[in-house]
Design a protein around this ligand. Structure first.
Ligand code: SAH
Ligand code: SF4
Ligand code: F3S
Length: 490
């Protein structure tokens, strides 16, 4: 999430990553140093997984490079959420293939959601790919690399019901040294009809709270001042001794034994444990699900000053019939009621969302319901997408992708235009107020200016003076652009 108002285009999300050597713990001395190039696409969870991959391989003696032409192993961590995300990866593979033609010993591996979705098909379709590795198989990477070095094409796409990589310390990649992400759940049990994630990431499982708290403590001791707890549906986090998932794919609650109940940790409780580490450690989380986000979570946010007043609550559509076809498990009325609860319990809460235009069968009237809901909520920020049919999903099997491309585009444009207006309104509301800002670094435009975010996640820019990264400052905003507040430290 960030507070720019734009359509997310996966083609811009690929990011070559350099590992900071100060994060290096230990490397095996027996193995000759090999160079790893790692590029990530998709959601934050994928970027977080890349930090696990880096950790596993650096412990095997790899160093990383930002130049794929000199790499011994090239890994691309992929996203399958929309067709566009996959095309981007296929184009990128062509660049990597050129390297292989020059240096036949270089290995190319595809990781993540697209690897999991296509499995062996990937090896058939992309002849120059040596390894295909799904998101639950990263511990097997050293072994798979060995197989590939021996001239075999290697694949492991086994999904797990238990793997959370809880015992591994991620190597922080591309970090600003102030903010970091911590995965708290993996997989998703929701089966929204448009979504490929349950197929690429498998069953939902929660990670041991102790390992989460320890990771956050380590980050704090290393100078980090903000952690974002990550999951596809953080509200369904539940630790009952063995990472039990709360429900089966169709919403039936699993019953815990009395003993498990007494010892269990839910999302609100987990958040509190992390917030109690230190008042100077900010806590954020993503993504909340409207059907599961309860008042207990909201009251916990209100109780702790360092839990940021900011919620990403994807609505997808403002029409109850469309929501039902999407299998989202809530109606427009339910969503509006949740909004009222947020506004009541946490006044001054930043709210962002995800919206899909042109889902199967969506009429003009139904699209207008999305616009009218946006008018009611006035989101601070939104990620907006045209519906893209994904193989194997419920929607692909049950419904026709029958909204013509031009209409999807036109509706998306209307959504984007309206959101742009609302983002500007929300940013303007911050003018004339004092904001507590955690400094993340220099502003993009000038080394004389610093940037950070307020609790609502809006970017705030101000003159550097004697302040530095990692400090908290109070900034009085006296003006703004549509997405950024500008002011001075008071
Ligand atoms: N777990 C999160 C969403 C993860 S995917 C949640 O439930 O809210 C991020 C966003 O991508 C979704 O919120 C949705 O808006 C969008 N998305 C997912 N599948 C899509 C598809 N097939 N076509 C277009 N957008 C899609
Ligand atoms: Fe996909 Fe729905 Fe799970 Fe989000 S909650 S990852 S949209 S299935
Ligand atoms: Fe993409 Fe997989 Fe995330 S499909 S959005 S990288 S969970």
């Amino acid at each position: 999430m960030n507070s720019e108002n734009k359509i997310i285009d996966e083609s811009k999300q690929g990011e070559a990553i350099m590992v900071e050597t100060e994060n290096l713990v230990s490397t095996s001395s027996t193995v000759k140093t090999k160079k790893l190039f790692l590029e990530s696409y998709g959601c934050q969870m994928n970027f977080s997984d890349s930090e696990i991959v880096a950790s596993i391989l650096m412990n095997k003696g790899f160093t990383t490079t930002q130049n794929f032409e000199e790499a011994d192993v090239i890994f691309v961590n992929t996203c399958a959420i929309r067709e566009g995300a996959e095309s981007k990866v296929r184009n990128r593979l062509n660049d990597f293939k050129r390297v292989k033609l020059k240096n036949p010993k270089a290995l190319v591996g595809v990781l993540g959601c697209m690897a999991e979705r296509l499995k062996t098909q990937f090896l058939e379709q992309e002849k120059l790919v040596d390894m295909v590795v799904g998101p639950d198989a990263y511990r097997d990477l050293p072994n798979l690399i060995e197989q590939a070095e021996d001239g075999h094409r290697a694949i492991n796409v086994i999904l797990s019901k238990e793997e959370t990589y809880a015992d591994l310390t991620p190597v922080r990649l591309g970090t600003n040294g102030v903010t970091a992400f911590i995965s708290i759940t993996r997989g998703c049990d929701n089966m929204c009809s448009f979504c490929v994630v349950p197929f690429t990431r498998g069953r939902e499982r929660s990670r041991d709270p102790e390992s989460i708290v320890n990771e956050a403590k380590d980050l704090f001791n290393n100078g980090y001042r903000e952690v974002t707890l990550l999951g596809q549906n953080v509200d369904s986090y539940l630790w009952a001794g063995g990472g039990l998932s709360r429900r089966d794919p169709f919403g039936k609650k699993e019953t815990l034994t009395e003993e498990q109940k007494a010892n269990s940790v839910n999302f609100a409780q987990l958040m509190e444990k992390v917030a109690m580490i230190n008042a100077d450690l900010r806590v954020r989380f993503s993504t909340s699900h409207p059907k599961d986000m309860n008042d207990e979570v909201l009251y916990m946010m209100a109780k702790h000053n360092n839990i940021c007043n900011n919620i990403h609550l994807p609505v997808q559509s403002g029409n109850s019939k469309v929501l039902e076809m999407m299998n989202r498990g809530y109606t427009r009325e339910w969503y509006e009621e949740r909004m009222k609860a947020i506004r009541k319990i946490i006044p001054n809460c930043g709210i962002s969302t995800d919206i899909i235009s042109g889902f199967c069968g969506e009429t003009d009237e139904e699209h207008k319901d999305t616009l009218s809901l946006m008018e009611i909520v006035k989101y601070d920020y939104a990620y907006m997408f045209m519906y893209s049919e994904r193989p194997k999903t419920l929607a692909e099997r049950k419904y026709k992708d029958d909204v013509p491309e031009e209409i999807k585009k036109k509706r998306l444009q209307e959504i984007v235009d309206l959101q742009r207006k609302h983002s500007a309104i929300r940013t303007t509301e911050g003018v004339g107020k004092i904001h507590r800002v955690l400094i993340e670094g220099f502003s993009k435009k000038s080394d004389e200016m610093l940037m950070g975010r307020n609790e609502q996640n809006t970017v705030v820019v101000f003159p550097k003076q004697n302040h530095k990264k990692g400090d908290y400052v109070n900034v009085y905003a006296d003006r703004c652009t549509p997405s950024t507040l500008i002011g001075e430290v008071v």
